[in-house]
Design a protein around this ligand. Structure first.
Ligand SMILES: NC(=O)c1ccc[n+]([C@@H]2O[C@H](COP(=O)([O-])OP(=O)(O)OC[C@H]3O[C@@H](n4cnc5c(N)ncnc54)[C@H](OP(=O)(O)O)[C@@H]3O)[C@@H](O)[C@H]2O)c1
Length: 333
C-alpha cells in the first residue's frame, strides 16, 4: 500500500509551565519503533487520555507525545508473520498512549504482541465504542462470574454509572439478566434506565457522610470504577460472599475501610487491571465482547462520535466528569 509522506496527529507538547494539545503534521520517522504499522480509523476517549493531556496527570513522562490508549484500524505494513496488509485490528493497553505514541494519529506503529485481531461480529467503530472502558467493564463482569456471581443472587451495583466503564457495565449486566442498581452524580435517570438499570441512586445514597464498617447487605456484587470512599461504602453494604470488582479511582485512591466486610461477611474484593491482562485471555474476552457481552441495541445510545479537532475540549470535559457514556473519535477523514 502506498503511504502518504505526512499525516495528522494530536500532539501534546510543553508550553510555558503547562502543556498544550494541538493537531500537528507528522511523518513516519516520528513514529516509535514497532513491527506493525496501522492506518487508524477510530480511537476513543478514556479518563486516562484526559490525564495524558494535562501537566501533572502522571501518565506522560516525555514530550512531545501523541495520546490515545485505544485504536482500531487496518494494517498497512507488517514485519510480524501473524498480521498482513489489510487486516483489521484493535490495539489497547500496554504502553499505548502512555509512553508509546497512541491512537490520536492517522497512523500508528506498534509491537505485534499488543495487537488483537478484530473479532467477527464487531466493526472497528463498535470496537472503539467498547475501547478500554468496555474491555474493563467486561473484565470486571468476567472475573465476578468466575468467582461465582449469578443473577439469582440479587442486585448488582454499578458506581460512576454514567462514565465509560460504568455505562458499559450497566448495559452488559442488564443484558446478562442481572438486576442493576446504578449510582451517579448526574441527573441521568432516563439514560441509565434505557441502558437497563432498574434502580438509579445518587452518589450520596451509596456513599453517606459516615461510612459504617458493616451496613445493610444491599448488593450481591458491584462494579466499581470509582474507588475511594465509594468503595469503602460498597464493601460495607455487600452481601455475604458477594464480589466487588474495583477498577478505578475517580473518587480517590484512599479507601477508608476495615477488615470486617472480609472476615465477617466473606466479601471478595477483585482487582481489575486491563493494561497487562494476558494476551491469550485478552483475545478471548474481545470475542465475548463481540458475542454475549455485546449490548446490541445500546451501543449507539451511549456513544458520541467526534473528530480529532474536537479532542482537546472532550479530553478536558472527561476530567471534569462532564461526559456521558463513551466518546468515539473518527480519525482522519
Ligand atoms: N483498572 C483498569 O485497567 C482501568 C481501565 C479503564 C479505566 N480505569 C479507571 O476507571 C475509572 C473510570 O474510567 P472511565 O474512562 O470510565 O472514566 P469516566 O468516563 O470519566 O467515568 C468516571 C465516572 O466516575 C464518576 N465520578 C467522577 N468523579 C467522581 C467522584 N468524585 N466521586 C464519585 N464518582 C465520581 C462519574 O460518574 P457519575 O457522574 O455517573 O457518578 C464519572 O462519569 C478511571 O479512574 C480510570 O482511570 C481503570
Amino acid at each position: 500500500m502506498k503511504l502518504p509522506e505526512q499525516f495528522q496527529a494530536l500532539v501534546v507538547d510543553e508550553k510555558g509551565d503547562g502543556v498544550e494539545a494541538s493537531l500537528q503534521t507528522l511523518t513516519f520517522d516520528d513514529l516509535p519503533d514497532g513491527d506493525v504499522t496501522i492506518k487508524v480509523h477510530y480511537s476513543s476517549v478514556n479518563y486516562k487520555d484526559g490525564l495524558a493531556s494535562i501537566k501533572g496527570g502522571n501518565i506522560v513522562k516525555e514530550y512531545p507525545f501523541v495520546p490515545g490508549i485505544d485504536l482500531a484500524g487496518e494494517v498497512v505494513q507488517s514485519e510480524d508473520d501473524r498480521y498482513n496488509e489489510g487486516d483489521h485490528v484493535i490495539v489497547t493497553s500496554y504502553e499505548l498512549g502512555v509512553s508509546h505514541y497512541g491512537g490520536y494519529s492517522e497512523y500508528a506503529r506498534v509491537p505485534g504482541e499488543w495487537i488483537v485481531p478484530l473479532p467477527e461480529g464487531l466493526t472497528m467503530k463498535e470496537a472503539m465504542t467498547f475501547g478500554t472502558a468496555g474491555f474493563t467493564a467486561a473484565l470486571s463482569i468476567d472475573k465476578m462470574e468466575r468467582n461465582g456471581q449469578e443473577p439469582s443472587q440479587g442486585k448488582v451495583l454499578v458506581s460512576g454509572a454514567t462514565g465509560g466503564v460504568g455505562s458499559m457495565a450497566v448495559a452488559m449486566l442488564a443484558q446478562k439478566g442481572y438486576e442493576v442498581a446504578a449510582s451517579t452524580g448526574k441527573p441521568e435517570e432516563n439514560y441509565l434506565t434505557q441502558l437497563g438499570a432498574s434502580e438509579v441512586l445518587s452518589r450520596e445514597d451509596v456513599t453517606p457522610e459516615k461510612i459504617r464498617s458493616l451496613g445493610k447487605q444491599k448488593w450481591a456484587g458491584a462494579v466499581d470504577p470509582v474507588g475511594g470512599e465509594t468503595l469503602a461504602a460498597i464493601l460495607s453494604n455487600t452481601q455475604y460472599d458477594g464480589n466487588v470488582a474495583v477498577s478505578g479511582l475517580t473518587a480517590g485512591v484512599k479507601v477508608p475501610t476495615t477488615v470486617f466486610p472480609f472476615i465477617l461477611r466473606s466479601v471478595n474484593l477483585l482487582g481489575i487491571d486491563s493494561v497487562y491482562y494476558p494476551q491469550e485471555k485478552r483475545v478471548k474476552l474481545w470475542e465475548r465482547l463481540a458475542s454475549d457481552l455485546k449490548p446490541e441495541t445500546l451501543l449507539e445510545e451511549m456513544t458520541e462520535t467526534i473528530t480529532m479537532s474536537e479532542l482537546p475540549d472532550k479530553l478536558s470535559e472527561i476530567l471534569r466528569s462532564q461526559t456521558r457514556g463513551r466518546t468515539v473519535v473518527q480519525i482522519g477523514s
